[in-house]
Write a protein that binds this ligand. Structure first.
Ligand code: FES
Length: 172
């Protein structure tokens, strides 16, 4: 009998092990934050750092671990926009659609990113490399349209330069 394990089985096993490791870490975070007052937001922050987002399973584990209703967790998550309950890509691309950027072609820039990445706004590429979001003015209106990729800022972005911008981050 062959003992050969196909690549996808090995990958699935590695993913399972990684998940188990993350949840073990999460338990430590919960235990640590349990001791402090008003621990929910800090715990959610730490959990988001760990996973990159907040899966439903992690939300339930936090609620149970901190002894707060799951509805309270959901309330906090929907109130603060920096929490995300969908997987984020390694790089978050944000296209500004504030007034100045919008009138100077922000919408076309966004459409080109959607086309090049093959996703619509507020989604993440399958390979988890990129998430695409919209910003409302980043204070650089004179240099519109503006795009940010993580901490990098791109000003006066031209549609034909977008593949080049994406290429810079691909695989990094
Ligand atoms: S509107 Fe885009 S930077 Fe101000």
């Amino acid at each position: 009998m062959s003992t050969h394990i196909c690549e996808c089985e090995a990958k699935a096993k590695a993913a399972q092990e990684e998940e188990a490791r993350l949840y073990k870490e999460l338990d430590k975070i919960i235990a640590k934050h349990k001791e402090v007052k008003g621990p929910l937001i800090q715990t959610l922050h730490a959990a988001q750092e760990l996973f990159g987002w907040l899966p439903e399973q992690a939300q339930a584990r936090i609620a149970k671990g901190l002894d707060v209703p799951l509805s309270e967790v959901h309330g906090v998550l929907s109130f603060y926009s920096f929490f995300t309950t969908v997987p984020r890509g390694k790089h978050t691309i944000r296209v500004c659609l504030g007034t100045a950027c919008y009138v100077r072609g922000g919408k076309q820039v966004l459409e080109k990113f959607e086309h090049e990445l093959g996703i619509s706004v507020n989604n993440t590429t399958e390979d988890r490399q990129f998430s695409l979001e919209v910003n409302r003015c980043v204070g650089a209106c004179g240099l519109a349209p503006v795009v940010t990729v993580g901490a990098d800022i791109y000003r006066r972005v031209k549609v034909d330069k977008i593949p080049e911008i994406i290429k810079k981050y691909k695989g990094s």
